[in-house]
Design a protein around this ligand. Sequence first.
Ligand SMILES: [Zn+2]
Length: 66
Amino acid sequence: MEPLPRSVPACRDVPIPPVEDLSWRAYQGYDCYACGQPLTTGAVHAGWARGHAGAHVLDTEVWACP
Ligand SMILES: [Zn+2]
C-alpha cells in the first residue's frame, strides 16, 4: 500500500465555517462540513459551527470524514 499524500489536509483540520456557509446537509450532520461527502460510520466530531439569525441561535455540531 502507498502512504497517503501528506499535502492533503484532513477534513477535520479544516477550520469550521460559520453556519451560514454550511450546506443544509452539513448543517444537519449528514455530510462532511469540509468536503461535502456523505458521512457513514466513523465520522469525526469536529466541533461547533456558530451562527444566528436575529435572536435565534443556529449553532450546530459539525462532523468530518474519519
Ligand atoms: Zn470530508
